[in-house]
Ligand binder design. Structure first.
Ligand code: DAH
Length: 330
């Protein structure tokens, strides 16, 4: 009988254990045949053998149950181990994401101005007419409003057409001096090779005491900034018009595709327009109640910078989410 106890103890699986159980307790098992033999035994030893058989039955039952519990525990642990997910495991086969080129360009621009001690300001995307136009010296029915095709809501509300309204909000909330940039999304009714209805701008504003800020300061800053963004390029300031600045200028860099020779991208001019800027118009200061100050402002399109830096021909492709384009920025 002891050999059965050994067999149970050596079983390696629940399946094997069950076979042993059947061999002992089954209809044709050894217990059944041993009990059957009892009736042929002489009466004086019958009770003794029967007692022994019952004791064996009890013992083997106990050993079986113990072994069963042990094997079940083992199997659960095995399954847990096999199904364990190692979250720290490096998977070279996985598809990795990348920073979107517009975000990446925005980050580089912000990085520059943070180093120049400008603060970052934000404003609402749904603006009112006052902050988007009126306070920026763009009165109602002024023809310059046509420069920006606007999405209107009811009640003089609109999707901001530029980040310039954040200038106004910042001046309304703070006393001069001010050094700020405002990065963010803007919206215009426009859609072609170089325009999308939503795009991003960075607005800049610096205000200090009257006479403390000059156009030369502005020129130095933007020249340095454009060198940081585009490397060794030539920078030129061209007289222009914006309602919120006087004098105003547009800023060009020498074409980074043909190095100024003249090509399709720069329309054979050798120059690429990248910025608008100027000295803050006195009417803007008047609108926010500023007195005895001077300042400069500038604004740029982030997608245009991204297109030029990465030589992307169609601006719309930046918003299509096509992996064939995005994969190149990993
Ligand atoms: N807000 C202008 C635009 O969206 C960009 C701009 C031009 C901003 C000149 C300025 C500036 O602050 O001085 O076209």
């Amino acid at each position: 009988m002891e050999e059965w106890i050994e067999k149970i103890k050596n079983a390696v699986s629940l399946e094997e254990l069950d076979k042993i159980r059947v061999a002992i307790f089954g209809k044709k098992g050894i217990l059944a045949s041993e009990f059957a033999k009892l009736k042929n035994l002489p009466n004086d030893i019958k009770p003794k053998v029967a007692k022994e058989l019952n004791e064996f039955k009890e013992k083997i039952n106990r050993v079986l149950n113990e072994k069963k519990a042990a094997l079940e525990k083992e199997e659960i642990e095995k399954a847990l181990k096999a199904e364990k997910i190692d979250l720290s495991l490096y998977s070279p086969a996985g598809i990795k994401g990348a920073i979107h080129p517009v975000r990446d360009t925005m980050d580089r621009i912000i990085e520059y101005f943070i180093h120049m001690n400008f603060s970052i300001q934000t404003g609402p995307l749904v603006e009112d007419d006052f902050h988007n136009f009126e306070a920026l010296n763009l009165p109602k029915h002024h023809p310059a409003r046509d420069m920006q095709d606007t999405f209107y809501f009811k009640d003089d509300m609109l999707l901001r057409t530029h980040t310039s309204p954040v200038q106004i909000r910042t001046m309304q909330n703070t006393k001069p001096p001010i050094r700020m940039i405002s990065p963010g999304a803007v919206f215009r009714r426009d859609f072609d090779l170089t325009h999308t209805p939503m795009f991003h701008q960075v607005e800049g504003l610096l205000v200090d005491e009257k006479g403390a800020v000059s156009f030369a300061n502005l020129k130095f800053l933007l020249q340095d900034f454009l060198t940081y963004m585009f490397g060794d390029v030539e920078v030129r300031f061209r007289p222009s018009f914006f309602p919120f600045t006087e004098p105003s200028a547009e800023v060009d860099i020498s074409c980074i595709f043909c190095e100024g020779e003249g090509c399709r991208v720069c329309s054979q001019t050798g120059w690429l327009e990248v910025l608008g800027c100027g000295m803050v118009d006195p009417n803007v200061f008047k609108a926010v109640g500023y007195d005895n100050v001077s300042g400069y402002a500038f604004g740029l399109g982030v997608e245009r910078f991204a297109m030029l830096i990465h030589k992307i021909p169609d601006l719309r492709s930046l918003f299509e989410g096509d992996l064939r384009l995005l994969e190149q920025f990993r």
